[in-house]
Design a protein around this ligand. Structure first.
Ligand SMILES: Cc1ncc(COP(=O)(O)O)c(C=O)c1O
Length: 486
């Protein structure tokens, strides 16, 4: 199965955009002294940077993917009504066509779906756990809020950062079987599988693995919930890497995956290049069990907290997820960046996944202890030397345990997200250049410490400071080598 639909004559792998740019947004690249000031003001947390101070925003692909002309056009025909909007009907049809699910609950974004699912199915004080291939930050917070415990049953390969395993997002079937035997249906209200596993580097699971999970859940009478926020890229990898699916259409693969789950949910900020989110099922009783929480927390059943314009664009965006040129865009750019950085010795997570290029901050900055947050320090340092905004996915993103102790993360990753259809190849080459330069000068980067630490999801708004004056030394070195260059 070829990764490229268009080959270059010299055999080189070059990602080729299957779209053209028709609307642009001007970018700003501030001089390095101003970048240092900006990150100081942001408490060394890239979430708190102002976008006007950012050159390439690689924080996330959430809500930052580029919409298509068809999506924008659809927004002009949105039907504004509190109840029974025709826009909702169009979205509902898209849910049926794309995901093959009949019943749909709209919500304002992915975590709202997680809220509703956790509140509906998890019972407080009953020792229930939710097994999953890997957690996502908001998923874990909602499961715990509802009184459940997250159990990650990833395979040994999942956290092997240098790997060629095609499906690092697989759940460990034997661990799952053993857990079900010990806990049974009473203490496992549902099993959650996350497509394109976000926190371990946008890594896919195989359909073979999902089928095995399905068999176990069916035998035990446990629900299977599938997070399809990143399903487009997972499907692309299944088509590339799982022999049975090489010649299947994207729609066939999508239906095969969704048919295996009792409930699917998504963040529209990812899967449909819009905002919003939703929950879908073919089981009317499950739909009814969740339904009443939508008007309570989100809005009426035909908008769920979304604007009608968003609803129209979501419908179109979901259909576009069935287009291979759309879902292959990010994985191909990511592959290009990962392979270039790998060649230059930078420790990157392999194989390249979806979502973004992930840098292994523990190997990049081995001199920084986990509790001085290597991935956070790397995110701040990269912003200073380039204006590129990445996201820490490590110990800062892992909240303290119930006793207030720090929990060093399994992996310290700096995620450089590659949102769909947003960046050009020269911008990606700039990322390669500045990351490689920083790697050569990695000894100059020091640690961070919290100066303001929220109790929940601390990575969003927590403020930090450097443990020494390393940021100034880094700026001096940059100026020495780059002179007047930005
Ligand atoms: C896999 C996954 N699930 C759920 C969410 C939460 O979605 P949202 O940010 O729309 O609340 C995200 C967001 O990044 C995600 O990546």
């Amino acid at each position: 199965m070829s990764e490229m639909r268009v080959k270059f004559s010299n055999g080189e792998f070059v990602p080729l955009e299957m779209h053209k740019v028709r609307v642009v947004q001007k970018l700003n690249l501030l001089p390095i002294d101003e970048r240092l000031k900006a990150i100081e003001e942001a408490g060394f947390n890239t979430f708190l940077l102002q976008n006007k101070h950012v050159f390439l925003d690689m924080l996330t692909d959430s809500g930052t993917n580029a919409m298509s002309d068809q999506q924008i056009a659809s927004m002009m025909v949105a039907d504004d009504a509190y109840a029974g909007s025709a826009s909702f009907e169009r979205l509902h049809q898209a849910i049926k066509d794309v995901f093959n699910k009949q019943y749909f609950l709209p919500v304002h974004q992915g975590r709202a779906a997680e809220h509703i699912i956790s509140q509906t199915f998890i019972r407080k004080n009953s020792g229930q756990c939710i097994p999953m291939n890997y957690h996502f930050t908001t998923t874990k917070a909602h499961v715990e809020l509802a009184g459940g415990k997250v159990l990650e049953l990833y395979t040994d390969e999942a956290l092997n950062l240098k790997s060629s395993h095609p499906f690092k997002g697989n759940i460990d079937i034997e661990k799952l079987r053993a857990l079900i035997e010990t806990n049974g249906k009473e203490r496992i209200p549902y099993i959650r599988m996350e497509a394109g596993t976000n926190l371990i580097g946008g890594q896919p699971f195989s359909i073979e693995n999902l089928r095995q999970v399905r068999d176990l859940t069916q035998q035990a009478g446990i629900l299977l919930v599938l997070d399809v926020s990143l399903i487009g890229e997972n499907i692309y990898f299944v088509k590339q890497r799982e022999k049975e699916f090489h010649n299947k259409s994207i729609k066939e693969i999508m239906h095969t995956m969704c048919d295996l789950a009792d409930i699917i949910y998504f963040s529209g900020r990812k899967v449909s290049c819009t905002r919003g989110g939703g929950i879908a099922t073919n089981d009317y009783s499950l739909y009814l069990a969740m339904r009443d929480l939508v008007p309570l927390f989100e809005g009426f059943l035909t908008y769920g907290g979304m604007s009608v314009r968003e609803i129209e664009a979501m419908a179109v965006g979901l259909y576009e997820t069935l287009d291979e040129t759309v879902i292959s865009h990010s994985p191909q750019f990511i592959k290009y960046l990962v392979e270039r950085l790998d060649e230059r010795g930078v420790p990157v997570v392999t194989p390249p996944g979806g979502l973004g290029c992930h840098i292994d901050a523990r190997s990049f900055l081995p001199h920084i202890p986990s509790l001085q947050y290597p991935a956070g320090a790397l995110a701040a340092a990269l912003y200073i030397v380039s204006g590129i905004r990445g996201m820490e996915r490590g110990t800062i993103s892992t909240d303290r345990d119930e006793h207030g102790n720090e929990v060093p993360a399994d992996c310290e990753l700096l995620r450089l997200a590659v949102p769909r259809r947003v960046f050009t190849l020269s911008q990606i080459k700039y990322v390669e250049d500045r990351v490689a330069w920083l790697y050569k000068n990695r000894d100059l980067v020091g640690g961070l410490k919290f100066v303001e630490e929220p109790k929940v999801l601390r990575f969003f708004v927590g403020r930090l400071a450097p443990t020494t004056d390393w940021t100034h030394k880094l700026v001096e070195k940059f100026k020495e080598e780059f002179g007047e260059s930005l």
